[in-house]
Design a protein around this ligand. Structure first.
Ligand code: SAM
Length: 282
């Protein structure tokens, strides 16, 4: 039997403009931390004319969508315990590379995280929506020393597959050589993330992924909660911006991030379920 997940009968509802107006909004504070990998700093005594970020999302979009990165993504996935979805993805990547070779322009959460963790070498990574650890393991594979904070409520049977929880993800992290700290925070992100930042108001992260609640207001709220804690020069990654079952997420991404001049954003919605990432400029 072929299960077509993208044809589930009940897509998440798309918010109306009135509902959008009620979405949670990020509240940015003063003096954010800086991720130096993409920043330029004038020497003391010289004028800093530009905002610090010298390479925006466009610079890294080529690597995110390249055949070379896909090969590396295949290698990372092969280290992890497979499930129905990653078996499918492995075949999808391999077939695309065979058919289109270097000319294949394809990106997803894995190719983006692989590229951006390589570029940024994040000291701290936050993720909402972990499931079996594919995305966090991609980050750890490129930055073994990264300290990570992971939020999930481990919904049973998520997308029709097992969702085994933190012990399983800890084992997966070992397979990619993770050496940093890993903090798992279980429960509904709309409670746990707020509590985490109430307890750690000065915490900043160089790389953040939001891939948990896929309703429009829920995803908007997750973004609003984490964005003020993204370092300048750091990157936010948002999955599924062209997922047919979650048609409103594209607008969530635009409203909370891509249309905000504070960010340099790149959105891939040509194939697969799509992905967006953005670098915080100031
Ligand atoms: C799409 S999966 C994450 C996939 C993972 N990022 C990857 O790339 O392999 C979404 C995960 O978010 C979790 N989730 C959904 N809604 C949530 C919420 N409100 N709070 C916390 N976790 C949630 C689910 O339990 C599920 O494990």
């Amino acid at each position: 039997m072929i299960r077509r997940l993208f044809r589930q009968p009940t897509p998440t509802p798309v918010s109306t403009p009135e509902e959008r107006a009620g979405w949670a909004k990020p509240v940015y504070g003063k003096n954010p931390a800086r991720c130096d990998a993409v920043c330029y700093q004038a020497v003391p005594g010289e004028t800093e004319w530009y905002p610090p970020v010298m390479a925006g999302a466009e610079t890294f979009s080529f690597a995110c969508a390249s055949a070379e990165t896909l090969q590396d993504a295949l290698e990372v996935m092969q280290k992890l315990s497979p499930d129905d979805y990653t078996r499918y993805l492995t075949k999808f990547y391999t077939e695309g590379l065979n058919r289109f070779g270097d000319g294949w322009i394809y990106a997803d959460i894995v190719t983006v995280l692989l590229t951006m963790s390589r570029v940024l070498q994040p000291r701290r990574y936050l993720e909402i929506g972990v499931r079996r650890g594919r995305s966090v393991c991609t980050v750890a594979s490129q930055t073994p020393s990264v300290d990570i904070v992971l939020f999930d409520m481990w919904m049973k049977g998520y997308a029709g597959m097992e969702n085994p929880g933190p012990d399983f993800v800890r084992e997966e992290l070992k397979k990619v050589g993770h050496e940093g700290k890993a903090e798992f925070i279980d429960g509904n992100s709309h409670i746990t993330v707020k509590k985490y930042f109430a307890d750690n108001p000065d915490a900043f992260f160089d790389l953040i992924t939001v891939d948990g609640d896929h309703t429009d207001p829920g995803a908007a709220e997750d973004l609003a909660d984490v964005l003020p804690h993204l370092s300048v020069g750091g990157a936010i990654v948002f999955d599924d911006v062209c997922h047919p079952v979650h048609p409103g997420l594209a607008q969530v991404w635009r409203t909370q991030v891509a249309d905000d001049p504070r960010f340099s954003a790149w959105t891939f919605a040509d194939a697969g379920y799509g992905v967006g990432f953005a670098i915080r400029k100031h």
